[in-house]
Design a protein around this ligand. Structure first.
Ligand SMILES: [Fe+2]
Length: 256
């Protein structure tokens, strides 16, 4: 089975750039480009040559390094087809169902609109990994800037249907604040209580709390749990459709 190295680079205030590398094939991609210099210096230390940038959405803290990386390495830039005009240096536009050949791996594109209307995620089934940008976070979900709650909920449901052992890589380290909020809507959840303590300890030691895994999110992330009776009762929405319960949780987080 081919091996994929995955490396998170903490940069800017709370972003992660993520490098994926297939040593045998000699290809390396950066998922988003928050900080070109941080990415270039990591590539240099590792001796990896950047071949691709894979953008999840157009926000500047995800695309700001595109042009510099392209100029420095000659990599190709791939991004969401619905945001082509807003992705600097884009060479190839992709959407739901498209696949990207990456060394020994195939990367599958999922449309995950909501945070932005063209937002996409990159799923590598063989590596049991998905790169979700700002759609899903550990115990949290992205803000809905351009889409609506129903759209975002459908995007999250798509991620929820991936294999349970899928490692989830996110665009930001928001986990501690997310855990605090999650406890306000799902306080009796023992798995959540334990995880909140665990992530506090990790951050106190300066360690990342990501990646997370789909099975852990399904147990502890209130945004993925609008069907849970205890959460519905707490919100006073026993019979509402899941997406409306999700929307209420998102509203409360916006105000938290
Ligand atoms: Fe964003």
């Amino acid at each position: 089975m081919p091996k994929l190295d995955i490396l998170q680079i903490a940069c800017l205030s709370d972003n992660y750039a993520i490098l994926i590398h297939d040593e045998e094939a000699g290809v390396t991609a950066s998922i988003d480009s928050p900080d070109a210099e941080a990415i270039l210096s990591t590539l240099k230390i590792r001796g990896w040559r950047l071949t691709h940038v894979l953008n999840t959405h157009h926000h500047a803290d995800h695309t700001g390094g595109n042009l510099r990386l392209k100029e420095e390495t000659g990599c190709i830039v791939i991004g969401p087809q619905a945001e082509t005009e807003r992705i600097p240096g884009i060479d190839r536009a992709v959407g739901e169902g498209d696949t990207i050949a990456f060394g020994n791996f195939e990367i599958r594109v999922l449309d995950t609109p909501g945070h932005t209307v063209g937002h996409i995620a990159y799923w590598i089934p063989e590596a049991r990994a998905v790169f979700v940008g700002d759609t899903l976070f550990a115990m949290g979900a992205g803000r809905i800037f351009e889409g609506n709650a129903e759209m975002m909920w459908n995007s999250l449901k798509k991620i929820m249907q991936l294999p349970l052992d899928t490692e989830i890589y996110c665009g930001h380290e928001y986990t501690v604040a997310n855990a605090q909020f999650a406890l306000t809507v799902d306080p009796e959840n023992l798995a959540l209580q334990n995880r909140a303590k665990e992530v506090d300890q990790l951050r106190a030691k300066g360690q990342p709390t990501l990646p997370t895994r789909l099975d852990r999110e399904l147990e502890t992330n209130p945004f993925l749990r609008p069907n849970v009776t205890a959460i519905r009762e707490r919100l006073g929405m026993p019979f509402a459709p899941d997406w409306k319960v999700f929307a209420e949780i998102r509203e409360r987080k916006n105000k938290a």
